[in-house]
Design a binder for this molecule. Sequence first.
Ligand SMILES: Cc1cc2nc3c(=O)[nH]c(=O)nc-3n(C[C@H](O)[C@H](O)[C@H](O)COP(=O)(O)OP(=O)(O)OC[C@H]3O[C@@H](n4cnc5c(N)ncnc54)[C@H](O)[C@@H]3O)c2cc1C
Length: 419
Amino acid sequence: MAQDVIVIGGGIVGVSTAIHLLRRGRSVLLVDKNTPGRETSFGNAGIIQREGVRPHAFPRDLATLMQVGLHLSTAARYDPFALPRVTPALMRYWWKSSPNHYSHVVRSYAPLIARSIDEHSDLIAASGAEDLVIKKGWYLAFRTAEKLKAEAAKAKKDHELYGINHRVVDGAEMAQIEPDFTERLAGAIHWTDPWTIRNPGALVAKYFELYKSMGGRFLGGEATGLEQDGDDWAITVADTRYTAREVVVTLGPWAPEVLEPLGYRLPLFVKRGYHMHYGTQGDAKLNNWLIDAEVGYCLAPMEQGVRLTTGAEFALRDAAPTPVQLGRAEGRARALFPLGERLDPQPWKGARPCTPDMMPIIGPAPKHRGLWVGIGHAHHGFTLGPATGHLLAQAMTGEKPAIDIAPFGMDRFAGTYPR
Ligand SMILES: Cc1cc2nc3c(=O)[nH]c(=O)nc-3n(C[C@H](O)[C@H](O)[C@H](O)COP(=O)(O)OP(=O)(O)OC[C@H]3O[C@@H](n4cnc5c(N)ncnc54)[C@H](O)[C@@H]3O)c2cc1C
C-alpha cells in the first residue's frame, strides 16, 4: 500500500505528528523499531512543563562547574570517555548559554512552550486519556532560603514577560502540602499552570491508539537506508522497501543515524537520565511532583510507584549505564521522604536528545525536498511533542503554522554540515 508520508520514530513527537497529518487528510505510515512510546517518551518525569520558557542552560558559574568537573554533583555528570566526541557540541552549548544568546533563545522558545498545554489538551480529549492527567502543577523545591528567593525573582519576571503563573510556598506550607516529608525544606516555587501525567508511556500509547482509530498504519521494525527514489523517499524495514512522497524524521536521540548519511552532521548530543520506582514505607504518601532543585532529581507519584528521575549525564547514547546519580539521588530522597523498596529490577535509562541552543529542530531539511524533521527536544520533548507535531503538519500541508517556526529551522546549524 502506498502512503503520502512515512513518519520514522514513534515517540511522543512522531505519534503526535502522525495524528496531525491524518487530520489533514494525508495517509500515513508510522514506523518504529519498538512499540511506540517505549523509549525516551516512556521513562520521563511526566511533566507538561508550561512554565519551561527558560530551557536548561549550560552552567556558567565556577562553583557549579567545579562541582560537576570534580564529579561531586548529583544533578549533572559526565563520562570522560565521551568528551572527545561531545566537546565540540558542548562548547556551542556553553556559548549559546551566555546571557546575551540565552535571552534570544528564551524569546524564541517561549511561544512554543506556550502551546504545550492546549496541544496536549486536544489530544488528551480526543484519545480519552483524561484519567492519566493531574492539573495541579508541580513544585520546584529549595533547601536554602537564598536560592528560593533568587528563583522567586526569576519566576516573577516569567510572569510579567510570559504570563507564567506561580506561588511562592514557604517551608511551613510545604510541610503541610507533603506531611510525610522528614526534612524541612526552605520552600518551593509552585508552578500552577503545568499538568502532570501519571504514566507518560501510557499517554503515548493512548495517542497511538487514537492514531490507529483514525486509519493510521503502523509498521514495527528498524528503518534503515533512508534515500531519495526519484520524486519519492524510500526506507527499508526488514528487507522490504517502503516509499512515500514525504518523510518525517522523529527519531529523538537516534536521528543522527538517519540524517548523517544524507549529509546533515548536526551538533547533537544527549543528556542521559535514569529512573527507578519505589514503594513507600507504611502509609506514607507523596502528593505532588517535586524537583529537589539544589540536589538535582525529581520525585513523581506515578501509577507504577514513586518514580525518581535523575538529572543530566553527558555520555554517549549507547555507553553502558552508570547509575551513579541515581544512587546519590536515592540517598537524598530517602532522607526527605520514606521511600520503600526499589520496584524495578534495573534502573531505566533514557537519552534526552539535545541541541546546543536548547531548542528543537522543527521543519524541512534544507537540502532535500520532502524531508522533514522534529528532533532535539531535550528536557521538554514530552511537553512539546503535540505542539511540534501540529506545527510540522501545518507546514507540510501548506497551512500557516500557528507560530513562526523559523527559529527552529535546521539551517541555523548550516555551518556544521556540507552545503
Ligand atoms: C529522566 C528523564 C526525565 C524527563 N522528564 C521530562 C519531563 O518531565 N517533561 C518533558 O517534557 N520531557 C522530559 N524528558 C524529555 C523527554 O522524555 C524527551 O525529550 C522526549 O521523550 C523525546 O521524544 P521523541 O519522540 O523525540 O523521542 P523518543 O521517545 O525516543 O522516540 C524516538 C523513537 O524512535 C524509535 N527508533 C529509533 N531508531 C529507530 C529506527 N532505526 N527505526 C524505527 N524506529 C526507531 C525508538 O524506538 C523511539 O520510539 C525527560 C527525559 C529523561 C531522560
